[in-house]
Design a protein around this ligand. Structure first.
Ligand code: C2E
Ligand code: CA
Ligand code: CA
Ligand code: CA
Length: 281
């Protein structure tokens, strides 16, 4: 028995150690990463549900680490949150997206520029200067404020609600569209919709995944979320659409926008621009 325990420990420990080490490295290297241009953005196209045409895009952060390779945002964003580094990283994302929007602003007729949404973290939403920072970003750029969308999850909005509320109302007044991300996974989604000036909800992938299960609850819940959103003048994005069946269901049930691998994976800026701005010949 003792040997068994020892063997198990022998297997268990290096894995644990590796994880702790990796976390330590990630924390140390996040700071260097930005200066050394290891970060870039990918853009996932989001499609109109009615016509299945490209409508707008979500910016998703990528980190190419020199030795660890590509690290998922699901892994480094929480660490960046804990260390506070997310503020600097988040600012960088916003600046990048503002530059893309500026370049589009020149190429599209007025009011036809596609929008880009940016994920904002709890630390950003709760920062006393967040809305002012975004206002200054807009002042320094040419793009129209309605071309910028900000996605936030429920957990980002639960603490420091006074500051969060002030930020969200100020952002809305600037003309920026607010998206409630991962909708349906939290406990207070409905009260947040009442409290804050959101324009769009993003139905979480966990619902979409099970939408074609016979007699399951996901489909009626999605139907309910769409009806509810429309009743209060919000639009709905379905995220994580992976199959033709899910796509068909969502289109049939008037889901406004669709996002997922079945339509497109996240793509590079140039690929997105090729799609949005077809060469004239
Ligand atoms: P999210 O905001 O819910 O973003 C959607 C995630 O689902 C993305 O993962 C996207 O690549 C993935 N996805 C899209 N379609 C499908 C699909 O059909 N099937 C599946 N299985 N997945 C799909 P990604 O890029 O790895 O990002 C993970 C999370 O990291 C994001 O979740 C977001 O919370 C966070 N994140 C990404 N970029 C940023 C950023 O710039 N700032 C902040 N604060 N968070 C970010
Ligand atoms: Ca998102
Ligand atoms: Ca989401
Ligand atoms: Ca999600």
């Amino acid at each position: 028995h003792a040997k068994q325990t020892r063997d198990r420990l022998a297997i268990f420990q290096p894995a644990m150690l590796a994880k702790v080490q990796q976390r330590f490295i990630v924390e140390q290297d996040l700071k260097k990463g930005l200066a050394q241009q290891q970060f870039h953005l990918m853009f996932q196209p989001i499609f109109d549900g009615e016509h299945e045409t490209l409508s707008h895009a979500e910016a998703l952060l990528r980190w190419q680490h020199p030795t660890l390779g590509s690290i998922s945002p699901a892994e480094f964003i929480p660490i960046a949150e804990e260390t506070g580094y997310i503020i600097e990283l988040g600012d960088w994302v916003l600046e990048q997206v503002a530059d893309v929007l500026d370049s589009w602003h020149i190429r599209f007729p007025t009011n036809q520029c596609p929008s880009i949404t940016v994920n904002v973290s709890a630390k950003q939403c709760q920062s006393a200067t967040f809305a002012d920072d975004v206002a200054s970003l807009i002042a320094r750029h040419q793009f129209a404020p309605q071309c910028l969308g900000l996605e936030m999850t429920e957990t980002a909005l639960l603490e420091h609600s006074e500051t969060v509320g002030k930020n969200l109302h100020q952002l809305h007044a600037l003309g920026i569209k607010l998206y409630l991300d991962d909708f349906g996974t939290g406990y207070s989604s409905l009260s947040l919709l009442r409290q804050y000036p959101f324009s769009v909800i993003k139905m979480d992938r966990s619902f979409i995944m099970d939408i074609d299960q016979p007699n399951g609850k996901a489909a009626p819940l999605c139907r309910g979320m769409i009806a509810m959103a429309h009743a209060v003048g919000l639009t709905v994005v379905a995220e994580g659409v992976e199959t033709k069946q899910q796509l068909g269901w969502l289109r049939q049930h008037q889901c406004d926008y669709l996002q997922g691998y079945v339509l497109s994976r996240p793509i590079a800026r140039t690929a997105l621009e090729d799609w949005l701005l077809p060469k004239s010949h």
